[in-house]
Design a protein around this ligand. Structure first.
Ligand code: URA
Ligand code: SF4
Length: 186
């Protein structure tokens, strides 16, 4: 049987990749464990590592606004990352770190059984949708696999660096809202 206690226990003591050596806290995820929608980022940053919660730093503030724009609150959705421990200096998580951590995300999917999975940024989209995913040309497109609907949009950190992408992210968010309403009415 799969339970949250088993998952959290495994994550909190995990040493399956070298990121355990530099972490302060393992960031498993947060939000509604019965949600129809799950948001997946890349990995914890400095604030996330310190607080043990995903998306609580500057990118998290923007994510909250993005959710607010489509009438969702962080408590309504489930939020997690590809890797559960912070890569030092916020570098991209390495392929082998991502694959070492992937079983936890799979386990979370089994526990939550969401309908919609939103990949925040390139790293999550490559890990979840397809290894050759191109965020600039493939964001905002639905991919249906194994009964889940997947979509990617820009990572909030990318939007902070380049606000001209916000318009595209907003278009993606509207699609996400519409699909979510559709799924909740089934
Ligand atoms: N960036 C991410 O990808 N995830 C977080 O939790 C915070 C910042
Ligand atoms: Fe384990 Fe994932 Fe942390 Fe690596 S990043 S130590 S696999 S929990």
């Amino acid at each position: 049987m799969k339970t949250w206690e088993i998952l959290e226990g495994a994550c909190l003591s995990c040493k399956k990749c070298p990121l355990w050596e530099t972490r302060t806290n393992v960031v498993v995820g947060t939000g509604n464990k019965n949600s129809k929608i799950m948001f997946v980022g890349e990995g914890p940053g400095e604030q996330e590592d310190l607080q043990g919660q995903p998306f609580v730093g500057p990118a998290g503030k923007l994510l909250d606004k993005m959710l607010g724009a489509i009438d969702m609150k962080r408590e309504d959705v489930y939020i997690t990352n590809i890797v559960k421990c912070r890569p030092p200096y916020n570098r991209d998580p390495k392929e082998e770190e991502q694959s070492a951590c992937m079983n936890y995300l799979r386990y979370q999917l089994k526990l939550i059984e969401p309908k919609i999975i939103v990949c925040l940024g390139r790293i999550a989209a490559k890990a979840i949708i397809s290894p050759d995913f191109k965020i600039t040309s493939q964001h905002g497109i639905w991919y249906e696999k194994k009964g889940y609907y997947f979509i990617a949009t820009y990572h909030p950190s990318a939007l902070l660096r380049d606000p001209s992408k916000k318009y595209h992210a907003w278009e993606d968010l509207k699609k996400i809202r519409d699909k979510y309403l559709e799924m909740n009415n089934l």
